[in-house]
Design a protein around this ligand. Structure first.
Ligand code: BTN
Length: 271
């Protein structure tokens, strides 16, 4: 079944906490990337408060310049165009806030328990079910835009994934055993994410991070960290209030990382 954009629009208008943040919902059949559309609209001077959906993407983008697998009619590709009242240095906080909002939205709609792998991968057990890509761009004469791009694997079966993703990715259908109504799920996700955006805008980022820490399956794990400059191993100890992950190395020293890729490692018995 395709996404019912009128139903989603009516839902947003009917809920004031959502309406404060999302004023308009657009659905495209096929785009290169919903983030790209949002950035183009921002530089054309479009005001904030847009949710852009697509049934498929031909150039879906993931973090660290990766592709995001975006087949038609089964998943959710959703970007918010915002112009936050917060200073630009606070924009990265929208990434954990969105991750938490998506986790809460999925839990409310499906009952599934989704974890967060630092910084913002959505995981069911050890497989990825969704991710978030934040981007900013030119302002179009208004305040600096923030695009929150969210991708969720919803109704894919195992064989629908490309071979290279089959061992590492999953979908909500695989995890729950049922195909899901994407329209209902999108409404739950929009409600979940806008609730967390309100928390940030109300200066409650500490509450957001407390909840993110509870959902973060990276904490306490032995990890391999890959940054643009190096690869090292250690134990993930904490997440600071700016989103940095603190890693304890073998010599007990600690390092903070803000951008990087994490692999959860098997425990071998030694710390
Ligand atoms: C990641 O985990 O690597 C982030 C994936 C983000 C994918 C979404 S799908 C909607 C939006 N448009 C894109 O091109 N990317 C994001």
């Amino acid at each position: 079944m395709s996404i019912d954009v009128d139903k989603i629009t009516n839902f947003c208008r009917a809920h004031s906490a959502v309406r404060d943040i999302i004023h308009e919902v657009l659905l495209f059949d096929q785009v290169k990337s919903t983030n790209k559309i949002a950035l183009e609209m921002a530089s054309d001077g479009m005001p904030e408060g847009l949710a852009i959906l697509a049934e498929s993407q031909t150039g879906g983008k993931g973090r660290l310049d990766r592709e995001w697998y975006s087949p038609s009619g089964k998943n959710i590709y959703l970007s918010f165009l915002l112009r936050p009242s917060l200073q630009m240095r606070a924009y990265p906080l929208f990434s954990p806030a969105a991750a938490l909002g998506l986790v809460n939205g999925i839990q409310a709609f499906t009952g599934l328990d989704v974890g967060i792998k630092w910084p913002n991968d959505l995981m069911i057990l050890d497989k990825k079910v969704g991710g978030i890509l934040l981007e900013t761009g030119s302002s179009g004469g208004q305040s600096t835009p923030l695009v929150i791009g969210m991708g969720i694997n919803v109704n894919l079966d195992e064989g629908d994934f490309p071979k290279a993703l089959q061992d590492t990715s999953t979908s909500l259908k695989i995890a729950s055993g049922n195909a899901l109504d994407r329209t209902g799920l999108i409404m739950a996700l929009i409600q979940g994410v806008t609730a967390q955006i309100h928390q940030l805008e109300d200066d409650e980022s500490v509450a957001v991070f407390d909840a993110v820490r509870e959902k973060c399956m990276t904490l306490g794990k032995k990890v391999r960290v890959s940054t643009t400059r190096q690869v090292f191993e250690g134990r993930a100890m904490s997440i600071e209030d700016d989103g940095a992950l603190v890693i304890r190395l073998g010599d007990q020293s600690e390092r903070r990382i803000l951008i990087g890729d994490i692999t959860h490692l098997r425990e071998t018995g030694k710390a």
